[in-house]
Design a protein around this ligand. Structure first.
Ligand code: ADP
Length: 538
């Protein structure tokens, strides 16, 4: 059969190019040259300034020996420089490796070595840990210090950020990816189950995630985005590029502090922010205690764990409009979201909370989400009950794990990316995560979702945080054990919490043991259930 006539048409430089989020900055600088792109406590940069500075820094990085494909690591707070690195580093053709500012020196050293960092750009406020991390390294990265005012002017660094930037030439051509599959960034997982893994993103995925995330979160040119989410976490879930894509304004927030968040939200008329449930919880509790109500609705995208119904309830009274996102480091941050349906408007608060606590459907560049039967990978029935592993495929999933082909193949087994999360599918096709596979509790042969039990505990007025894990039990195999942090000044007892849980849960799901105290958290603020489980064994 003759080929269809349109099959003869060619890809050409004029009709086909590698997708990259870098072109989004170029576009916004063209359209909005004098609009504030980023507002930091120290200065404001317009879009033209941000673009020009990024090009200069890219040229300077190349002059100090950064070549295509090299890794440039960045250890910075949420500052204008940190945002700038999301453009300058890939514009030099390099791969951006943002580092978690809460990591200890050993882990930092492991990552710098594993990622072959050629340059390390760091904030002088973090110089002490950098010094320890570099100690004993044979091949040290070239150091560049950012003086953001968080510490003494750096003594350790070979270059000062501003001086280096001034040496660059904004007229130099910046490096565009040859192929959209080229790496743009390297993000390490938090390593709760061993050494952190290096997740590699490509330009195509970063571009698609940025546009998809902006659409999912209802962003436009009037968006004012406050950086309550660390930019080091999955490149700020790609909002470092998404806010720029739509020509919004980035507001920097070096540290999460509820008073600073309130002040900046009011002062800059912030419209959007993101964060883990722990940040949302902290904000809601603090705003509530201080009687703050926002005078315009602020959209808050929460991800990392489903928001508990009590949180959703309280959020509304403060004027936070919640978007629920789900994702992993491997999926460039968000890969699913709970798309609003208009007929939900008539639901009761409890029914609505039930709908919104679901992780929902795939984001725009995810082709398929499936809850796969653990035995044969077939889709489970949409009955809201049968559990399976959430798997997905599409264009915003990592290239793979750096230097780890075995883990990469396992993650992409059978043509799907495996999330390691257990979920169900509801009749409307929306998925709901029940647990991480390793967190599910199996008692007397029954699967029990720790999340369901935590949801009930979070509704108790004295409970600030709760985590439920399995405790070994001779008779039942496992039984649920609850770790609870109480709100300051409030009190309750094990008996009261047991009675409270019994009102809403089948009796076998009610925790047998309660342990009160602070909960251990990962460097990204997630409760470390592995540590809690371990504490029960010792
Ligand atoms: P790490 O794996 O290092 O903790 P990630 O950010 O990659 O860091 O965590 C991804 C995991 O977080 C998911 O696999 C899932 O278990 C959990 N998660 C993320 N978003 C949600 C959500 N909206 N609801 C429930 N769990 C979530």
């Amino acid at each position: 059969m003759a080929a269809a006539p349109h099959a003869q048409l060619q890809k050409r430089p004029g009709n086909y190019s590698a997708l990259s989020p870098l072109t989004l900055l170029q576009r916004s600088a063209y359209i909005y040259p004098s609009k504030p792109a980023v507002i930091d406590d120290r200065y404001t940069l317009t879009y033209l300034q941000l673009f020009t500075r990024a090009k200069r820094m890219a040229s300077a990085l190349r002059d100090v020996g950064v070549n295509k494909g090299d890794t440039v690591a960045v250890l910075c707070f949420n500052t204008a420089e940190m945002l700038e690195c999301h453009y300058s580093v890939p514009m030099a053709g390099a791969v951006l490796n943002t580092l978690n500012i809460r990591l200890d020196a050993n882990t930092l050293q492991y990552i710098l070595k594993h990622g072959d960092a050629k340059v390390l750009i760091y904030d002088t406020g973090l110089e002490a840990v950098v010094e320890q991390a570099l100690d004993g390294m044979d091949q040290r990265p070239l150091t560049v210090a950012v003086d953001s005012g968080a510490g003494e002017p750096g003594k350790l660094a070979v270059h000062r950020y501003e001086t280096l930037l001034e040496q660059g030439n904004a007229q130099d051509d910046w490096v565009r990816p040859d192929d959209e599959w080229d790496a743009i960034s390297l993000n390490y997982t938090s390593g709760t189950t061993g050494q952190p893994k290096g997740v590699v993103y490509h330009h195509r995925g970063a571009y698609l995630s940025s546009l998809g995330n902006a659409m999912a979160f209802g962003m436009g040119p009037d968006t004012v985005y406050l950086w309550t989410l660390p930019m080091f976490h999955c490149n700020g879930w790609c909002y470092t590029w998404a806010v720029t894509a739509i020509g919004g304004t980035h507001i920097c927030l070096p540290k999460v502090d509820t008073d600073a968040i309130h002040t900046k939200t009011t002062q800059h008329r912030v419209t959007h922010m993101c964060g883990a449930p722990i940040v949302l919880n902290m904000l809601i509790n603090d705003f509530h205690a201080k009687g703050h109500v926002l005078d315009q609705a602020v959209r808050f995208a929460v991800g990392g764990a489903a928001p508990h119904s009590a949180t959703l309830d309280r959020a509304r009274t403060i004027n936070f409009d919640i978007t629920h996102l789900y994702g992993l480091t491997e999926s460039y941050g968000p890969s699913a979201f709970c798309v609003w349906q208009n007929d939900w408007q008539t639901l009761s608060t409890d029914q609505l909370a039930g709908k919104l606590a679901r992780q929902g459907v795939g984001l725009f560049a995810i082709d398929d989400l499936r809850v796969a039967n653990m035995d044969d990978g077939a889709a489970v029935p949409p009955d809201g009950h049968t559990m399976g592993e959430l798997v997905m495929r599409g264009n915003t999933l990592m290239k793979g794990y750096l230097k780890d082909p075995a883990a990469t193949s396992a993650a992409f087994k059978d043509g799907w990316f495996h999330t390691g999360d257990l979920a169900v599918v509801h009749a409307d096709g929306y998925v709901e995560i029940k647990d991480r596979i390793k967190d599910i509790i199996i008692s007397g042969g029954e699967n029990m979702s720790s999340h369901e039990i935590e949801n009930v505990l979070y509704r108790h007025p004295a409970v600030l945080e709760a985590a439920v894990v399995a405790r070994q039990d001779e008779k039942w195999g496992e039984v649920p054990c609850a770790f609870v942090t109480l709100k300051e000044g409030l009190d309750t007892s094990e008996d009261e919490l047991i009675a409270f849980c019994r009102e809403s849960l089948s009796h076998f799901k009610v925790p047998r043991h309660f342990i009160f105290g602070d909960l251990p958290k990962t460097s990204t603020g997630k409760i470390q259930k592995n540590v809690l489980r371990q504490s029960l064994k010792s």
